[in-house]
Design a protein around this ligand. Structure first.
Ligand code: CTP
Length: 394
């Protein structure tokens, strides 16, 4: 996706500049043409020789040291994207105010390409109203800000203000350049069957393998979304997906509700409806005879999402049925108050659990129904996301 794309990498200083080295490497490895621009202070932390060696072109540092008499406009006009990582308070302030006081800020002001700004600073600075106002100004103008994170800071301090990890920045760049119809949207997908403990060795489970959920996460990523996948299984997934591993229905519920502000939530997981009421903390031994396992109901995550649904949010559920597919799915659509139910007859050949293919009917709350004949789970995922994007634009 990044092959041949011209990316200006602005490095503005601070110890976090070492992460810019990693980011530069990731971008070059993915085929991007990377042009580094360093400020004076950045060069005090990581030498320009490092970026000279890694990037696709030598480092630029000043408007005046270039053979091109107007390097900032040339860089700004020819860039497919500009990323500033780390972005200091000074750089953010200059950019927000339209002040071009060095090559990088001049380039930022002289571009129409998408810009990704990744702040890094001490907590006191990060929380200062001036910085937050400047970032809000940039966001309102369409700049993509990758927020600073909590963690260790320079000088032994810890707190908010740490530069986001290069993987996260890379994923944001990919999605900004993908131009997909879910660009910038936060999509949460659940995958796999939950496991409900009986004792430390045994569990109550189901036949779901998570393949349809992973296919949905990959398809959403390819359409430019920020994707979080909450999964009970380990399958291969793209670097841009934020994976959260869980096991039980309870853990899945907690992970989902921590991210309930997502624009789209797809509950593809086969969540257990019942779990053992008492979990033995020791292995149940055979000598005592067959145990009586009393089950209790788990929370219905999809119903809880449906009950709290925002008007701008799209909630998708699945209905794995073995009989009366459409009427059962229709009933779930209404009872769980969701926007879309993807219904599949898991007793049909090549459909549902464990297979590479699926055949579904997509039922929408407005009454629309679409039958999608047998095809790969990725193709099914794209059909589901087509219905989702239609709803998001309304
Ligand atoms: N689901 C959920 N939480 C549960 C059970 C199910 O969020 N505790 C979600 C699934 O992820 C799926 C949808 O609900 O998207 C349909 O699940 P299903 O088990 O088919 O529906 P139930 O309401 O449990 O109905 P029944 O078992 O009677 O078919």
């Amino acid at each position: 996706m990044l092959a041949g794309r011209r990316i200006v990498l602005g490095v503005t200083g601070g110890i976090a500049s070492y992460k810019a080295v990693l980011l530069c490497r990731m971008l070059v490895d993915s085929g991007a043409h990377v042009i580094p621009v360093m400020t004076e202070s950045a060069q005090k932390f990581v030498g320009r020789a490092t970026f000279d060696a890694l990037a696709s072109e030598p480092v630029r540092t000043s408007i005046f040291d270039d053979v091109d008499p107007i390097p900032h406009t040339t860089l700004g006009q020819t860039a497919d994207l500009i990323v500033v990582a780390p972005a200091t308070a000074r750089c953010i302030g200059s950019y927000a105010s339209g002040i071009s006081d060095d090559l990088l800020t001049a380039t930022l002001v002289a571009t129409r390409a998408p810009v990704v700004v990744c702040p890094a600073m001490h907590t006191e600075m990060w929380e200062h109203a001036a910085i937050q106002d400047n970032l809000k100004t940039l966001v309102d103008r369409g700049v993509i800000v990758v927020p600073a994170e909590e963690g260790k800071l320079a000088g032994g301090d810890a707190g908010a203000g740490r530069l986001a990890d290069p993987e996260r920045i890379f994923e944001t760049i990919e999605s900004a350049l993908s131009g997909g119809d879910l660009q910038g949207k936060r999509v949460l997908v659940t995958a796999g069957g939950t496991r409900e403990s009986i004792d430390p060795v045994r569990y109550v489970g189901n036949r779901s393998t998570g393949k349809q959920g992973y296919a949905l996460a990959e398809a959403a990523l390819a359409r430019g979304a920020h994707v979080t996948l909450i999964s009970t299984v380990d399958l291969e997934f793209s670097a841009g997906i934020n994976l959260v591993r869980v096991e039980s229905a309870q853990q899945m519920s907690e992970a989902v509700f921590q991210r309930v502000d997502a624009d789209v939530i797809v509950m593809a997981a086969a969540v257990a409806d019942f779990r053992p009421a008492d979990v033995s903390n020791r292995k149940i031994k055979k000598d005592a005879g067959p145990p009586q396992i009393v089950l209790e109901q788990t929370q219905d995550i999809l119903s809880a999402l449906g009950a709290a649904k925002r008007p701008d949010q799209v909630i998708v559920g699945f209905a794995a049925e073995t009989e009366e597919l459409i009427s059962h799915a229709q009933e779930k659509l209404q009872r769980k108050n969701v926007d879309i139910i993807v219904a599949n007859d898991v007793s049909a050949p090549e459909v549902g659990f464990g297979h590479e293919t699926n055949e579904v009917t997509i039922l929408e709350a407005g009454g629309k129904q679409k039958h999608v004949t047998l095809r790969s789970k990725r193709q099914i995922a794209d059909e589901v996301l087509d219905a989702v994007t239609q709803m998001l634009v309304k």
